[in-house]
Design a protein around this ligand. Structure first.
Ligand SMILES: C[S@@+](CC[C@H](N)C(=O)[O-])C[C@H]1O[C@@H](n2cnc3c(N)ncnc32)[C@H](O)[C@@H]1O
Length: 276
C-alpha cells in the first residue's frame, strides 16, 4: 500500500486536511516533519489506482509539496480497530462490515467495507448527506448518488425505500466498493453503478445527492440542476459551513430549502423555484 504525504505549514493543517478529506481519504496522521520547524507532514492514503495520486496532486495544486511512500499493509490497517457504527438517526446505522452489530426491530443497518473508497459513514459530510437524504426518501423515489465512494448513500437509499438508485464515481475503486457493498447488503438488483461522467447521464431523479469537494460541485452544477426532477431535491455536501455561497450561486436559480451543519461542514438541500 502507498501512503500519500503532504507537507504543510503548521498553520495550514486544517485547510489541507479538509482538501484531503474531500479527496476521499479515510484517516490522516499528523507527523512532525523530520528536522522541520513549523512544518507538518500529513500522512494518508488515496488508493492504489494509478491515476489516484495524479488526481490528488491536481486537487492540491502546487501549494504544498507531496510525495508517495510505500508502507507495510498491516500497519496501514490499524484504523479498522477504531471504526465504530455510526448512527444516522435512531432508525438507521452504518456498521463497519467486519464488526458484528445486532440492532433492534425497525432499525435499518447497512454494512460497509470501504476497500479503496471513501465513505464508511463516519465523516461529517457523509452523515449530513445521509440525514438530509433520509428526509426525501420514499417508496419508489428515484435516487442519484454522485461520487458514491463506498456506496454508503446509495445503499442506505435503497434500504430506506428508494426505487432504483443510480450511482457514479470517477474512481473505479469506488465502483468496485459500491458493487461489493450492494451485494453485501442485498440491494445489488436496485443499484446501477459505474464511472459514467455526470454530464453523460440522462433523465431526472427525485433525489440527487453529491458529497464532493466544492470546486467539483461548481463544475458539475449545471448537470446537477438538470438531473434534479422539477419536484425533486438536490443535496450537496462536502462544503464548509462558512464557505459555500459560491457553490449555491452556481446552482441558481435553484433555491436553498435547508442547510444543516456538523463539525464545520454543511449539507445544503436545494429545490427548483417551482417546487418551493
Ligand atoms: C467525499 S467522497 C463521498 C463518498 C460518499 N458518497 C460519502 O458520502 O461518504 C467524494 C467522492 O466523489 C468522487 N468524485 C470526485 N469527483 C467526481 C466527479 N466529477 N464525478 C463523480 N465522482 C466524483 C470521488 O472519487 C469520491 O469517491
Amino acid at each position: 500500500m502507498r501512503a500519500f504525504v503532504v507537507t504543510v505549514g503548521s498553520d495550514e493543517v486544517d485547510l489541507a486536511s479538509d482538501v484531503l478529506w474531500q479527496l476521499g481519504v479515510r484517516a490522516i496522521e499528523e507527523r512532525q516533519e523530520p528536522g522541520g520547524v513549523d512544518r507538518v507532514e500529513l500522512w494518508t492514503a488515496v488508493g492504489d489506482e494509478p491515476d489516484a495520486v495524479a488526481r490528488a496532486v491536481e486537487r492540491l495544486g502546487d501549494r504544498w509539496p507531496t510525495r508517495v511512500v510505500e508502507v507495510v499493509d498491516d500497519t496501514a490497517d490499524t484504523w479498522r480497530e477504531f471504526a465504530r457504527p455510526m448512527w444516522v438517526d435512531e432508525g438507521s446505522v452504518v456498521v463497519p462490515a467486519w464488526q458484528d452489530h445486532v440492532v433492534g426491530d425497525g432499525v435499518v443497518a447497512i454494512f460497509i467495507e470501504p476497500g479503496g473508497a471513501f465513505g464508511l459513514g463516519d465523516h461529517p459530510t457523509t452523515l449530513l448527506s445521509l440525514r438530509a437524504a433520509r428526509r426525501h426518501l420514499g417508496v419508489g423515489r428515484e435516487v442519484l448518488d454522485v461520487g458514491c465512494g463506498t456506496g454508503v448513500i446509495a445503499i442506505m437509499a435503497a434500504r430506506l425505500g428508494g426505487g432504483s438508485v443510480r450511482a457514479v464515481d470517477v474512481a473505479s475503486s469506488a465502483v468496485e466498493a459500491t458493487s461489493a457493498n450492494a451485494i453485501r447488503n442485498g440491494v445489488a438488483d436496485r443499484i446501477a453503478v459505474d464511472t459514467t461522467p455526470v454530464g453523460d447521464l440522462d433523465g431526472t431523479y427525485d433525489l440527487v445527492v453529491a458529497n464532493i469537494l466544492a470546486p467539483t460541485l461548481v463544475e458539475l452544477a449545471d448537470d446537477l440542476r438538470r438531473l434534479t426532477a422539477s419536484e425533486g431535491r438536490l443535496v450537496i455536501s462536502g462544503i464548509l459551513a462558512d464557505r459555500h455561497d459560491h457553490v449555491v450561486a452556481a446552482l441558481a436559480p435553484m433555491l436553498v430549502e435547508r442547510t444543516d451543519v456538523l463539525d464545520g461542514w454543511a449539507a445544503v438541500t436545494l429545490a427548483h423555484p417551482s417546487s418551493v
